[in-house]
Write a protein of this length. Sequence first.
Length: 352
Amino acid sequence: MSSRLSKKMGISRRNFLAGGAATLAAPFVLRNAWASENKLRALTWEGYAEAEWVKPFEEKHGASVSVTYVGSVDEMFAKMQGSKGSDFDVVSFDTSSFKRYIDNGLIQPIDMSKVKNASNLTSAFKDVPAVMRGEKQYGVSFSWGSLPLVYDKSQFSTAPDSWDVMWDSANAQQIIALDDANNSVTMAAIMLGYDTPFNLNDSQFEAVKQKLIEQKRLLLTYFAGFDEGINIFADSKIKAMFAMGEPMVAGLQKKGVDAAMVIPKEGAIGWLDCWEISAGAANTDLAHAWIDAVLEVNVGTFLTEKYSYGNAVDEKANQNTGFTYGDKLVFLETPEDFNRRIEIWNEVKAAI
């Protein structure tokens, strides 16, 4: 979802409010009584619509902000596709998803002349090919990190340095993994050493499927969402997990787990989340204003210092908090066949 060490509970790109996956799917509304009609509807991850910037935005624009949180990329796409985007004004997803959102007509080009704070973007995040379709720009960089290996230090004599720990029979029923089709297939492809984990051929798909089935037989369970993963890990004395991101470490530590994270020697998935405007946006001016607001430098600083995400506008904050392992990450790209990955994932989960 990540190598982001969170310093605060109740945070993050896939935050953890009490209530688990059901809570993550429910709408959360921040609004002023006088702003019932001028409303921005956002579909996003926990931690991406915080009071620190939502309230100033509402006050500045005389608007209310209604936020729907999700726990997986598959859930987000399903919500957008279900209404052809008309249920939301802005949405945030990573670079791997742009092709299918654009191809399905779910997002619209951004008028960058209305996003003055784009000048705050650091050089690495100004020109991102994945968000472009010809000359049209469909997304703006916001937050980045990794999907690391998170482990309980008290249960390892030496820190694990390989994804092998997730396939070690000695850890049977003491490991958990993220329930996410694309990321799970990509992680297995990285584990298998494939040079192009987003462009698999038939034989590689079969090898990935078998590798994931092998892992499934050792897992205690899959999890969806930060809250669910942290609770299962802490309550079941889990040894290691394929995690959604760095913030899960701090969440586990708050529950008394001696947790740490590592980017394994094989590498790990890196993600870059962006903000986009829905094709069904009811108020595109307000949607552009939102994207402008989240590119304020103080928002980026907050994301990194409080939630331990890499941010796109404050490089000093990134360096101060240790976001220096980008060269070990395989950043998400649009996969060769998203639907096939979902089919394979369903076959993996159905395997005995």
